[in-house]
Design a binder for this molecule. Structure first.
Ligand SMILES: [Cu+2]
Length: 340
């Protein structure tokens, strides 16, 4: 019994470019993995024409994009809660519940996830610098978990030693700092597994001096190893393949768009974001005075940053990982830029 490798999957999906449900049938894996391993079959699928067909695959838009769900399903992950002006002593309360869920990441492709609040990534947590962040964590899963926040906090709030057993809970409480764009994730061992299974999310700390008003978006880049071979079979932002190709993100020409981008992809060392037909400025970790002006940025696991852009032109503009393989396996979308 041999597993379908990521490379094999790429080859196998090529002829299915025009048939998204076919992709699902292959990617689901169980039937495929039960078949005798046949290297010649993999090779024969990787013809030049079939590789070329995948390029068309990457350019699909709207109904043709194999994405799960309706147009507003991911709104809570894409659009963060609003920034609040600094007010001394304010408490920001959140509740995160760890659950075990089968989530559908591509049409017909289910992943046995461990989640915070039922989604991968988990909810966007937001506070203003020096707010008291109070996160009640309930473990309703069957494995021990924690929440480890990036940022500055006391040792017993670090989510490393205070393991929360199934059925138990723990409240994390500390002042939110420093201002920037951070993340949170489970830190139980084996760490690689607890992160890859889906226990992570975005964590925005707004500076006391507010940022300029903008249309704000959050994207968490991730991958899913659906056949448990230690390699990702699908890549997404916010948890569903090709979702923003199916439902392009609407923005206005010239308005300030601020994108909080984080990389929680396990197994692959690097992920990246490339914007077509325009440039953005990029602030690593969402803090400090250093901004880079570019159209492509890469992030290692756990890295994150803030992108700011104003589209010069109206139209439909692709964004995607600049690792082409990630693009073809789900990490691709569009901005739909209108005049109003
Ligand atoms: Cu965990």
């Amino acid at each position: 019994m041999a597993k379908l490798t990521r490379r094999g999957l790429l080859c196998a999906t090529a002829p299915l470019a025009a048939a998204p449900l076919g992709l699902a049938a292959v990617a689901r894996g169980r039937d495929v993995t039960a078949a005798p391993h046949d290297h010649s079959a993999h090779r024969s699928l990787a013809t030049h024409d079939q590789r070329a067909a995948m390029i068309g695959h990457a350019a699909m838009i709207g109904e043709g994009a194999p994405a799960v769900g309706g147009p507003n399903d991911l709104d809570d992950l894409l659009y963060p809660p609003p920034a609040l002006p600094y007010r001394p002593g304010r408490v920001r309360d959140y509740t995160l519940v760890a659950t075990d869920e089968e989530i559908e990441i591509a049409p017909g492709v289910f992943f046995p996830a461990w989640t915070y609040n039922g989604t991968v990534p988990g909810p966007v947590i937001r506070a203003t610098e020096d707010d008291i962040l109070r996160v009640r964590f309930v473990n309703a899963g069957v494995h021990p978990h924690t929440i480890h926040f990036h940022g500055i906090h006391p040792t017993d709030m670090d989510g490393v030693f205070e393991i929360v057993s199934p059925g138990k809970e723990l409240t994390y409480e500390f002042p939110a700092r420093p201002a920037g764009f951070h993340l949170y994730h489970c830190h139980a061992t084996p760490l690689k597994k607890h992160i890859h299974k889906g226990l992570y999310g975005a964590f925005v700390i707004d500076p006391k001096k507010p940022r300029e008003p903008a249309r704000e978006l959050v994207m968490v880049m991730n991958g899913f190893d659906t056949d448990a071979d230690g390699e990702n079979n699908f890549y997404t932002v916010n948890g569903r393949t090709f979702y923003y190709a199916r439902y392009p993100i609407r923005v206005r020409q010239g308005e300030l768009v601020r994108l909080y981008l984080a990389n929680l992809t396990e197994f692959d060392l690097i992920n990246s974001f490339h914007l077509h037909a325009d440039f953005f400025r990029y602030q690593p970790t969402g803090t400090g005075e250093h901004w880079e002006y570019t159209d492509t940025v890469m992030q290692c696991q756990g890295q994150r940053g803030v992108l700011e852009m104003r589209f010069a032109n109206t139209g439909t503009f692709m964004f995607h990982a600049h690792q082409s393989e990630f693009t073809e396996l789900g990490w691709m979308g569009y901005f739909q830029v209108g005049e109003d």
